[in-house]
Design a protein around this ligand. Structure first.
Ligand SMILES: *Cc1c(COP(=O)(O)O)cnc(C)c1O
Length: 375
């Protein structure tokens, strides 16, 4: 039983076939701009620019906000490596900020503390703060934005895993993740809640940043002038074929989020009496539960590894959470602020099957397998 698999239906088939039959399979074609428009409407952003991957979207997003050689970028420590590889592509250095236990996302107190400390000591400040909304869980945005604004630092949101997640209280009530910072980035990799096979999206409300993003993702080609490229650009545009798939997935996003919510609610209820730490549930931060992840206590000498082996042995595709970035060899020299919460999530965390097409019977099997470990 897989952890999560794409949900591809009739609409996806129809749009992809239409792209193939129209001959517009490459990066010029009507589906790309339609996908961008619908996406911008869905999340409530002024502009959306489709990219070949989520990593490419973050790369361009950091460029838009002026990140270059020697700069520092503050970033979540507990996240997938795709969040920070683009920092290295630009010759910049990440500084990793630990998570809070309440949301598993970047800790607002640690972020504010390090920014305030540096400012008071006259030390350099980061060029950008990159906030990741992990596993479909929105970060606690109000104090994070306040800290960035106090020091005049733009925020990039890595919303690769949180398409469909929103805030429902506070100053950002009604807003989607990815639309509060200066730039937001999404991914449509095959494992995400909506997929284009591979793809990404940049969103922003800033007209100038949007047109620069469009320029940079298309080899910096100056329109209407014969082969003039006025800076070093990137071949990062999404193909029309992929956008066809994306358009169909976007039309079904509410269905997917609804399925994730149903699956999470049933797991929560089934595990309420077990010694597991269940996924964050915070009023005002409306997660999608893209992945349903729990933390396992060490009991009688048996911990997460034994739990994972038990589930995998029963054919259940559970998977450990990420090794935090401060523990990854390419970033071992980076400054880390905190680090214990990310280590703990890595050592004790795992995700359970939660494909949008998971059947009730299959979920029952997962629940019984989990309970049998603690029996
Ligand atoms: C998937 C992911 C990315 C990268 O997206 P790709 O489309 O795979 O390049 C970046 N950040 C996070 C948090 C992700 O989960």
């Amino acid at each position: 039983m897989p952890l999560a698999v794409p949900n591809i239906g009739e609409l996806e088939r129809a749009y992809v076939l239409e792209a193939v039959e129209s001959g517009f399979v490459s990066s010029v074609g009507p589906f790309v701009s339609e996908f961008e428009q619908r996406f911008a409407e869905k999340v409530g952003a002024r502009h959306a620019i489709a990219c070949s991957t989520g990593t490419a979207a973050i790369h361009i997003g950091l460029l838009l906000l002026g990140v270059g050689r020697g700069d520092e970028v503050f970033c979540s420590d507990f996240t997938f490596v795709g969040s920070v590889n683009p920092i290295a592509y630009l010759g910049a250095r990440p500084v990793f900020i630990d998570s809070e236990t309440r949301t598993w996302n970047i800790d607002p107190q640690l972020l504010a503390g390090e920014l305030d400390r540096r400012a008071a000591a006259g030390e350099s400040l980061p060029k950008v703060v990159e906030i990741v909304h992990v596993l479909g869980q929105p970060a606690d945005m109000e104090p994070l934005m306040a800290a960035c604004e106090r020091h005049g630092i733009p925020m990039l949101e890595d919303a690769a895993e949180s398409l469909g997640a929103t805030w429902s209280a506070g100053p950002y009530a009604g807003r989607h993740t990815g639309t509060v910072g200066a730039v937001g980035c999404f991914s449509f990799n095959g494992n995400k809640i909506a997929t284009t096979g591979g793809g990404g999206m940049i969103v922003t409300d800033d007209d100038a940043l949007a047109s620069r993003a469009r320029h940079l993702t298309t080899q910096a080609k100056v329109p209407d002038v014969g082969y003039l490229h006025d800076e070093v650009g990137y071949n990062y545009r999404l193909t029309n074929l992929a956008a066809g798939l994306g358009l169909a997935q976007l039309a079904r996003l509410d269905e997917f989020v609804g399925a994730k919510h149903r699956i999470a609610a049933r797991y929560d209820e089934a595990f309420a009496d077990l010694p597991l730490i269940l996924p964050p549930r915070v009023d005002g931060l409306d997660a999608t539960y893209w992945l349903y992840s729990v933390m396992v206590p060490e009991t009688d000498g048996r911990g997460r590894d034994e739990f994972l082996a038990h589930l995998n042995g029963l054919g259940i595709g559970a998977r450990a959470l990420w090794r935090p970035l401060h523990a990854q060899p390419p970033f071992s020299a980076a400054q880390v602020v905190g680090g214990k919460v990310g280590d703990d999530l890595f050592e004790r965390g795992l995700s359970l099957p939660c494909a949008t097409e998971l059947t009730d019977d299959d979920q029952t099997r997962v629940i019984e397998a989990v309970r049998s470990f603690f029996a």
